[in-house]
Design a protein around this ligand. Structure first.
Ligand code: SF4
Length: 399
């Protein structure tokens, strides 16, 4: 059944709550929902209802396409001057023996390791340490671009930029311009966590605040550049904090149009200072993707990190607003595994990722960082394994 017909069935349901019906009508009429309506979706929206609305918007914006890209990660260090309570990845400087600190040469060696691989992007992010200062990162970006000009450098978040600009005594606008001149091409979405100060102060007290995070993205967008945005959810925040977070992103996006993708990040509780906080359920994860898709009407893409939520949930998410599954990662990132993600060695070949997307009836597209099509995999046939073809099925929840 077409997404629009499913939406009509929802709207015509005589038993549907009146608030939910009003929201479904707004979605049908392409109207923006309010803050209060966002909270209503979290409080009252059942999974099936949310999936119908989110899938309608997803297909209107991105059709059946599901994007992925091929990247590798450089994580300069897992030592950090900050002490975010949810972080399983970092070690304080006093725990130096448990961490790593990569030199410039080691990072460039890693780049060279991929010289003959069809990779389009390097994603650089890690802990915050004084020796990784502004000059260090400018040298790193220009060295990478000199070695491989076509490799897109997506690097660092406002957490690092706020820290290194402050140390170098440059304002955000000047700092971001200098980074661009050195070779930076995109900013990933990390460090956003939850913007609301009453929650942020409890889980990530000492790093950049919401206003600073947003201001750095705004300066970057003013240069004509793009970035992503994340939200860490499912810990001590309440529903209205999630809506507040998305509201602030939606407002900045209205102003600049520079965000490409919103990435909800599920809080994981392994080996961190919030291990007593239970994790969200898969149902809540899917509801959250769907509400993000409905609320963020000016974001083109919603992304799921398959390594973080498991391959099965990633497949499901494609029916709840998600149109992008992050990368054919290899084991160059430890961010997910150290936080207790499903995937302890997050490696997936292009064939596996394409099959994962096709199994749920979606159209796989390899993209570059800016969503230009690199390869359309819909008609690409891989060798059959053990004489068996991939199964195709549609998700029962929407039928
Ligand atoms: S989340 Fe980032 S800034 Fe916070 S402690 Fe971990 S590495 Fe450092």
């Amino acid at each position: 059944m077409e997404a629009v017909n499913r939406l009509n069935l929802v709207i015509e349901d005589p038993h549907l709550d009146t608030d939910l019906k009003a929201i479904a009508l707004k979605v049908f009429n392409n109207q923006r929902i309010t803050f209060e309506e966002g909270v209503t979706l979290y409080k009252k929206g059942e999974l099936g209802y949310l999936g119908v609305l989110a899938n309608y918007i997803r297909e209107k914006k991105n059709g059946n396409f599901t994007y992925f890209n091929r990247n590798f990660h450089i994580e300069p260090t897992n030592l950090c001057v900050y002490d975010c309570k949810f972080c399983s990845y970092s070690r304080l400087i006093k725990e130096r023996s448990e961490g790593w600190e990569a030199t410039m040469d080691e990072m460039l060696e890693l780049v060279k390791k991929y010289d003959n691989e069809p990779i389009t992007e390097v994603h650089i992010v890690g802990g915050v340490l004084p020796q990784y200062n502004m000059q260090f990162y400018m040298d790193l970006f220009s060295a990478i671009k000199k070695h491989r000009p076509n490799l897109h450098v997506k690097a660092l978040t406002p957490v690092e930029y706020h820290y290194i600009f402050k140390k170098a005594k440059v304002d955000y606008a000047t700092g971001m311009r200098m980074m661009k001149e050195a070779g930076l091409e995109s900013m990933p979405g990390g460090g956003a966590e939850i913007f609301a100060p009453e929650i942020r102060e409890q889980i990530a007290n000492d790093k950049c605040n919401a206003e600073q995070w947003l201001a750095i993205h705004e300066e970057w967008h003013k240069l004509g550049m793009h970035s992503n945005a994340t939200m860490l959810y499912g810990h001590i925040e309440e529903y209205h904090h999630r809506v507040d977070h998305m509201e602030r992103l939606r407002a900045l996006q209205d102003k600049t149009g520079g965000f490409q993708t919103f990435i909800p990040l599920k809080f994981r509780n392994k080996d961190n200072q919030m291990s007593h906080v239970p994790e969200s359920t898969v149902i809540e994860d899917l509801r959250n993707y769907a509400i993000a898709r409905i609320y963020l009407d000016n974001f083109q893409h919603i992304k799921a990190y398959w390594a973080m939520i498991s391959r099965d949930t990633a497949q499901l998410s494609l029916s709840f607003g998600v149109d992008d599954i992050d990368g054919t990662l290899d084991d160059t990132t430890k961010i997910y595994s150290m936080a207790g993600a499903e995937e302890q060695t997050p490696a997936m070949s292009t064939q596996q990722l394409v099959e994962l997307i096709k199994q749920v009836g979606r159209h796989p597209i390899e993209r570059d960082t800016l969503y230009n099509v690199v390869t359309d995999y819909n008609e690409v046939a891989f060798e059959e394994k053990d004489g068996k073809k991939a199964n195709y099925y549609s998700l029962p929840v929407l039928n």
